[in-house]
Design a protein around this ligand. Structure first.
Ligand SMILES: Nc1ncnc2c1ncn2[C@@H]1O[C@H](COP(=O)(O)OP(=O)(O)OP(=O)(O)O)[C@@H](O)[C@H]1O
Length: 791
């Protein structure tokens, strides 16, 4: 028997021992968990049996209270141990099919033997209570596995650095307690396993990368020192994967005080949420909260405005180049997303402290109770140096006092008398009884008709004023819309705040903005600035419960949005991950480190860490070579050495031929065993058209689905999807529906085209329906793709 075979047998025997130990422990736990559960149920049912309820005197009340408290404590302890055991049980069951994926033999400096450490998705300790049969991948010692090849190594513990030597590094693939693959590696993480993982098909759900986390990814996952962590990483470099592993790591590291509900992930769209939803449960953690920025905007503003979403905005950008307002709108979007505009907004707030506030008068039954002028005079009456929101709050109190007086005076009004007369019998009787009861309790001799009428009047006016108080409390007397409008109406304000020149196309930008506001609409680029202004004035809404915020696809957030998220979660640490080369929305932010970056301004340079991911894992080397050549800084991207065919550029005579060819290619890809195939279009309009054209052709193929901004769940299969919705997700094969210069002719669309071409894992095919190829391709070295002409 060769040495390797004997090693393999030894390892297999260990897997069998650990599996048996797991089975044994599970067999012990299962009845115990069941027992505690029935104890808890029993305890709840008989909770009161052991509580002596006696409320006769103070001592008895105290005793009753103590006995209840004791019972509650016992119940809570049992519930806690039930939860804990259940959790353990689940972990052991998860370990069963594959108890670990790695081994390192580590000899700590100063000791004379190496310890064998086996790494898996959870820890498992032997019956002696101290020997780790498996170490959780998140334990400090397990970081050795990800960070070092064999040789000198160290890891950080709360007590300081521990140094030593890794003698052996071994990787396994274990399925159903049988070792399928096993190899020793001289590298950090052997590429063989990565080859195997990446060679498989794209699923409809993202997978955890726990067994093959790369060193540069591990730095992101375990960074817990900075308030803001910014990750700029190439397409397919594992940003989303690292973000989710990081969430699992933090949940483990801070398990005593951090729960999944205290973490939130901002995703680009709801479909993406479903795509990543299984990773944390696969790692044995509860899912963290997931949301989109738009969801928040809608919750706050949809009652006041018809708010445009980013998808409609991008549709405009991609399809309306002929609109005479196009250039002005694009200039407006860029300005409104800039740090410059953020500073304008803050300056505007300071300006409003002295001048130019806008209020709404308070009306009642068509009459003005408090005019906007009187509110304005009151507001500027005090020269307080307090914040704007504090002064608004003071003003609110003042308004309420005024209203109370006006309310009192209103009781004598003629309409109140009319209301009294129109009270129907039942209402009258009801009011009468209630008032009578109340009054008699205070004054047993109460029966005076005048007093009765006064009280009824009081009641009627109070009811009529109730909605006004409600609006005042909601600060509806502040005219935020007029304030936002004023910035675009009065050029002197912006000129003063910018200290000079107005932005490009300003007259068109301001005309468009005011027009839409007057029509009750809010353009996407105005939504966050508008909300920011509202909060600068009224005070910020905050969620202090959230401790970690993760923002994926972060290149598409504006300076405003980052600032906003920071304010919204004042106690949170932020992780921001993105790729500037995939910035498809106009408000994009650069995530590279540079001084003066709005991201650096968020928490300051000392509290901001910048990390880079340069190796790209998703696509074959041929696809990465093709895509990175489209970028100015493409040579910074390092493809993972996995081979496949070159991208194929298919030139057709016309659209009909293109559609036929595309359907034939889909069939061929399905025959090759690929199951996740996406036809990527430039816009939603084009996706709809493609879907209509392809649908009748594809007959015996699997169903073809059209993905729209409303699609809630990501499913694999055959899809037609606009490029900006394919952001963040991946497919086995991608077919670019129209890669001609007719479709992609503007430099501003380069990043969108790049994003679309970086979605496949294995195959990329591009089509032209009889036109010239887009210049994004013609400028590339023709060796990077295979050109095919259909006749
Ligand atoms: N260390 C790793 N081990 C195994 N697979 C990995 C690893 N890192 C990344 N991958 C795989 O590479 C693919 C891309 O990863 P992911 O989607 O996280 O990248 P991304 O940087 O967010 O991409 P993009 O910006 O293009 O959306 C996924 O299939 C992921 O499973």
């Amino acid at each position: 028997m060769s040495e390797w075979t004997s090693e393999w047998n030894n390892e297999q025997a260990r897997v069998a021992r650990v599996t048996e130990a797991l089975h044994k422990r599970i067999a012990e736990y299962e009845p115990a968990v069941g027992e505690i559960k029935s104890e808890v149920v029993d305890f709840r049912t008989h909770f009161w049996d052991d509580v002596t309820v006696n409320l006769s005197n103070d001592d008895d009340i105290l005793e009753t209270f103590m006995s209840m408290k004791q019972q509650a404590q016992v119940l809570s302890e049992r519930e806690h141990s039930h939860r804990h055991m259940l959790h353990q049980l689940k972990r052991m069951k998860r370990l069963l099919p594959s108890p670990y994926f790695g081994r390192i033999d580590f000899q700590e400096t100063g000791t004379n033997a190496a310890e064998k450490l086996y790494i898996g998705v959870a820890s498992f300790i032997a019956d002696d209570g101290e020997t780790f049969l498996v170490y959780d991948w998140r334990t400090p010692i397990a970081s050795l596995y990800y960070d070092f090849p064999p040789g000198p190594a160290s890891f950080l513990t709360p007590g300081g650095d521990i140094t030593g030597q890794i003698d052996l590094k071994r990787q396994f693939v274990i399925r159903d307690a049988v070792i399928k693959t096993m190899f020793d590696t001289g590298m950090t993480i052997g590429d063989d396993l990565l080859q195997e993982v990446l060679g498989k098909g794209a699923g409809s759900q993202m997978q955890s990368i726990v067994a093959t986390i790369q060193q540069e990814q591990n730095r992101i996952i375990r960074n817990d020192s900075s308030r803001l962590l910014v990750v700029q990483g190439a397409a397919g470099s594992g940003k989303t994967s690292a973000a989710l592993q990081r969430a699992a790591y933090l949940l483990y590291k801070h398990r005593e005080r951090l729960t999944a509900e205290q973490m939130v992930l901002f995703s680009p769209n709801p479909m993406f949420n479903s795509y990543v939803a299984t990773v944390l449960p696969e790692l044995g953690e509860d899912n963290i909260q997931q949301t989109t920025f738009q969801e928040y905007i809608n919750r706050r503003l949809a009652q006041t405005f018809e708010v445009e979403d980013p998808f409609d905005q991008i549709e405009y950008m991609l399809t309306q180049h002929d609109d005479p307002e196009y250039d002005a709108r694009m200039a407006g979007i860029t300005f409104k997303a800039s740090a410059r505009y953020l500073h304008v907004m803050r300056g505007y707030r300071d300006m409003l402290l002295k001048d130019r506030m806008k209020f709404r008068g308070i009306k009642f039954r068509g009459r003005t109770l408090l005019s906007r002028e009187s509110i304005l005079t009151q507001f500027y009456h005090s020269q307080s140096s307090a914040s704007l929101s504090y002064r608004i709050d003071e003003l609110k109190e003042w308004i309420i006092i005024q209203l109370r007086q006006l309310e009192r005076a209103e009781r004598k009004a003629e309409w109140v008398k009319d209301e009294l007369d129109y009270l129907d019998q039942e209402q009258y009787q009801d009011a009468y009884t209630r008032l009578h009861k109340r009054q008699q309790a205070k004054n047993p001799a109460f029966d005076d008709a005048q007093q009765e009428e006064d009280l009824l009047r009081q009641q009627i006016v109070r009811e009529a004023f109730r909605p006004i108080y409600k609006k005042i409390k909601a600060l509806r007397f502040v005219d935020t819309k007029a304030l936002y409008r004023q910035l675009f109406e009065d050029n002197a304000i912006l000129a003063e705040l910018l200290g000079g020149e107005l932005p490009d196309f300003w007259s068109q930008v301001s005309e468009r903005t005011t027009r839409l506001l007057d029509e009750g609409q809010l353009a996407c680029e105005d939504a966050t600035p508008y909300l920011y202004l509202k909060e600068l004035i009224e005070g910020f809404q905050m969620n202090g419960n959230i401790r970690y915020v993760l923002m994926d696809e972060a290149q598409d957030y504006s300076a405003f949005q980052f600032e906003f998220v920071k304010r919204l979660f004042p106690r949170a640490r932020m992780t921001v991950l993105g790729d500037f080369n995939q910035a498809v929305f106009a408000q994009a932010s650069d995530l590279h480190e540079h001084s003066g970056s709005p991201l650096e301004e968020l928490y300051g340079p000392d509290d901001t860490a910048w990390l880079h991911l340069s190796r790209s894992y998703r696509s074959t080397k041929e696809i990465v070579d093709f895509t990175r050549a489209m970028l100015a800084d493409g040579d910074r991207i390092i493809p993972f050495e996995r081979s496949g065919g070159k991208p194929v550029a298919v030139q057709c005579n016309d659209s009909n031929q293109r559609d036929e060819q595309l359907v034939n290619d889909m069939k061929a890809l399905l025959d090759e065993g690929y199951t996740s195939i996406a036809v990527i279009t430039k816009s939603a309009a084009e996706a709809e058209l493609a879907y209509e054209r392809l649908q009748p052709l594809k007959n015996e193929l699997a169903p073809l689905r059209l993905v729209t901004k409303q699609t809630p769940v990501f499913e694999h299969g055959l899809l037609v999807i606009p490029a900006y919705l394919a952001k963040g997700v991946e497919f086995d094969a991608v077919l670019i529906y129209d890669a001609s210069s007719e479709s992609y002719s503007h430099e501003s669309e380069r990043k969108l085209f790049y994003t679309a071409c970086t979605r496949p894992m294995h195959r990329l095919r591009l089509y032209s329906p009889g036109q010239k190829w887009t210049s994004f391709m013609t400028k590339l070295d023709p060796q990077l793709y295979e050109a095919v002409r259909i006749n």
